[in-house]
Design a protein around this ligand. Structure first.
Ligand SMILES: Nc1ncnc2c1ncn2[C@@H]1O[C@H](COP(=O)(O)OP(=O)(O)OP(=O)(O)O)[C@@H](O)[C@H]1O
Ligand SMILES: Nc1nc2c(ncn2[C@@H]2O[C@H](COP(=O)(O)O)[C@@H](O)[C@H]2O)c(=O)[nH]1
Length: 213
């Protein structure tokens, strides 16, 4: 019996939330625990934060460069978020899928909607809610990476983003981090196991049925 678990259709796992609810922290841990999962590194026009590393956390580009990439149709999705532009470059996503890997997106609800429209079978949308808006503010302040006016802008946008949580496949509250991580990992594992993604199963099943006992 072959051990080959290819071909398979990759999962496009999209994690969205209001700024500060904890999606980047959850995504980092999911990446650390799963070798077959590739993080889509977004392009953005926003400035780099202390502690961020260019081309690891984001590809930082000018508004002009971003517009050129839009014109070249280089994004699977892109959106204006909190006054800057963000987009998911198409080429690395296509490459990961061709190689049988899954792709993780840490993006906003607009990007989630665009990917779900373009790839309805492959997209899995997860929305993370904060325990409260007060706690959201506390997390943004404690993170200490944004100016006060940036934090206020993100808090003010939070309700508008939460309103879009009803278009997501899965929604949960990130209160206890370990429990939330377990929830996200379970969603990913279940989606990865869906029969239609595991194209190899058909041949495997035929081999099993032909096996002499
Ligand atoms: N369950 C949790 N309990 C307490 N603090 C948390 C929890 N999850 C994340 N945090 C903290 O909250 C802050 C914001 O988390 P994170 O940067 O992951 O949010 P985010 O949703 O990715 O925000 P953004 O959209 O701005 O990138 C971080 O300092 C993180 O350590
Ligand atoms: N539609 C997209 N949204 C994105 C992308 N990359 C990040 N984001 C979202 O923007 C906000 C702000 O992020 P921050 O790093 O400046 O705090 C957050 O909701 C991200 O998820 C993208 O490629 N497309």
């Amino acid at each position: 019996m072959s051990n080959d678990r290819t071909p398979r259709r990759g999962v496009l796992l999209i994690v969205a939330s209001p700024s500060g609810a904890g999606k980047t922290s959850l995504c980092r841990r999911l990446m650390a625990d799963h070798g077959n999962l590739e993080l889509s590194i977004s392009m953005t026009t926003r400035g780099i934060r202390p502690g961020e590393v260019a081309d690891r956390d984001y590809h930082f580009v000018s508004p002009e460069e971003f517009q050129e990439l839009i014109d070249q149709d280089a994004f699977l999705e892109w959106a204006d978020v909190h006054g800057s532009r963000y987009g998911s470059p198409r080429a690395p996503i296509d490459k990961a899928l061709e190689e049988g890997r899954d792709v993780l997106f840490d993006i906003d609800w607009q990007g989630a909607a665009q990917i779900a429209e373009k790839c309805p079978e492959d997209a899995v949308r997860v929305f993370i809610l904060p325990p409260s808006l007060q706690e959201l503010r506390r997390r943004l302040v404690t993170r200490s990476q944004d100016a006060d006016e940036v934090i206020e802008r993100r808090i003010n946008n939070a309700k508008g983003e939460i309103e879009h949580s009803d278009m997501f496949d899965y929604v949960f509250v990130n209160d206890d981090f370990d429990r939330s991580y377990s929830e996200l990992a379970h969603i990913y594992h279940a989606e990865r196991s869906r029969r239609f993604r595991n194209v190899w199963v058909e041949a495997y099943r035929d081999d099993l049925l032909q096996e002499d006992v």
